[in-house]
Design a protein around this ligand. Structure first.
Ligand code: SF4
Length: 335
């Protein structure tokens, strides 16, 4: 049996980020949060460990900032804090997120010698125009070089992309996904661009110079990207932003395709694209669609969307699980 995998998240905010990505609220990130000290980190890890089932594969993830942009002393200190848990075999490894232009041999060597196994890069796009208009401060070739170095050092490579950034298009996003596959990413995260309060993007939006994707557009674009990663065996570890409080009560979100069940909407759409082709030229009364057990919810669709679509063509629509089917295979039986 494969051990269940858990990541214990430790949030490391940027204290003073020298960049200004257009979608980021610098004030909030740098002003109000602090880097947790050793005691706080150990508490976070202990607390999570007490809830994780025995025998699981556990990693500690330093997220939220540009880890390799921190002073070397601070990086060493954070990595050292996890070491006792690794020596006691309570934690297997460390993962962290950083910017592609903060990767070099010296930094990678430090991480390699301190139990880091996975490095995630906030790449966002492989299109230079999108990167420029989003204020990322680097070009796509920097992402390629950093990704190659990370894989070359033997780390597991994670890449994060955003869709709907200024200057982006469905074609450019698909291209970014294909380039991620070419860069040998093992894990990816896909985030639709949201307009957050206090960001330069909010100013552009209010001035009518930026229009975010609609929810339907974001779902359709992400549904087109999914197969690119799935067919290449890339693990999609996150789709859509976490429903934090500010998004749920609208205090942070100004505009954009946010939905608490964004991933479910995407999985529904992928099945919708397949099942939409089913016609009923012979006027059958009833249709039964067999799908793999794991796929039944997505096939029926969020709020029954795909079932309702088929109900416009058949009086009765049934979905059943068939253990002999794989991935998104399906069979249809008409009556
Ligand atoms: S998203 Fe961009 S601006 Fe915001 S903290 Fe990260 S690198 Fe800095």
């Amino acid at each position: 049996m494969i051990a269940k995998h858990f990541t214990i998240p430790v949030f490391i905010p940027m204290e003073a980020c020298p960049f200004q990505c257009i979608y980021c609220d610098q004030e909030k990130i740098s002003g109000h949060a602090h880097i947790p000290d050793a005691g706080e980190i150990q508490n976070i890890i202990q607390k999570h460990l007490s809830t994780i089932p025995f025998g699981s594969e556990i990693e500690v993830g330093f997220f939220g900032g540009t880890f390799t942009g921190l002073p070397i002393v601070m990086q060493k200190h954070l990595l050292e804090t996890v070491k006792p848990f690794i020596l006691q075999q309570k934690v297997k490894s460390i993962r962290l997120s950083t910017r592609p232009d903060f990767i070099d041999n010296e930094k990678l060597l430090l991480l390699k010698n301190n139990n880091v196994e996975t490095i995630e890069l906030g790449a966002q796009s492989m299109d230079d125009e999108v990167l420029r208009r989003s204020g990322r401060g680097h070009k796509a070739e920097v992402i390629s070089k950093a990704a190659e170095m990370i894989s070359g050092f033997g780390f597991r490579l994670g890449l994060q992309m955003m869709i709907g950034l200024p200057g982006d298009s469905e074609e450019k996003s698909l291209n970014t996904a294909k380039k991620f596959v070419g860069l040998m990413a093992k894990d990816v995260r896909i985030y639709p661009t949201l307009v957050i309060k206090g960001t330069p993007l909010e100013k552009l939006y209010r001035a009518g110079k930026f229009i975010p994707l609609s929810l339907d557009e974001a779902v359709e674009q992400t549904a087109a990207i999914f197969p690119v990663f799935e067919n290449a065996g890339v693990n999609i570890i996150r789709t859509g932003l976490h429903p934090s409080e500010g998004f749920l009560d609208n205090s942070e979100l100004v505009a954009g395709p946010f939905h608490v069940s964004f991933k479910e909407l995407v999985l529904t759409q992928i099945w919708n694209d397949r099942l939409r082709k089913i016609e009923n030229p012979d006027n059958f009364d009833e249709i039964t669609i067999s799908v793999p057990k794991k796929q039944i919810n997505a096939a029926v669709g969020y709020s029954g969307k795909n079932r309702n679509m088929l109900k416009q063509k058949f009086r009765k629509v049934r979905f059943v699980a068939d253990p002999s089917l794989q991935n998104r295979e399906y069979n249809v039986d008409y009556r």
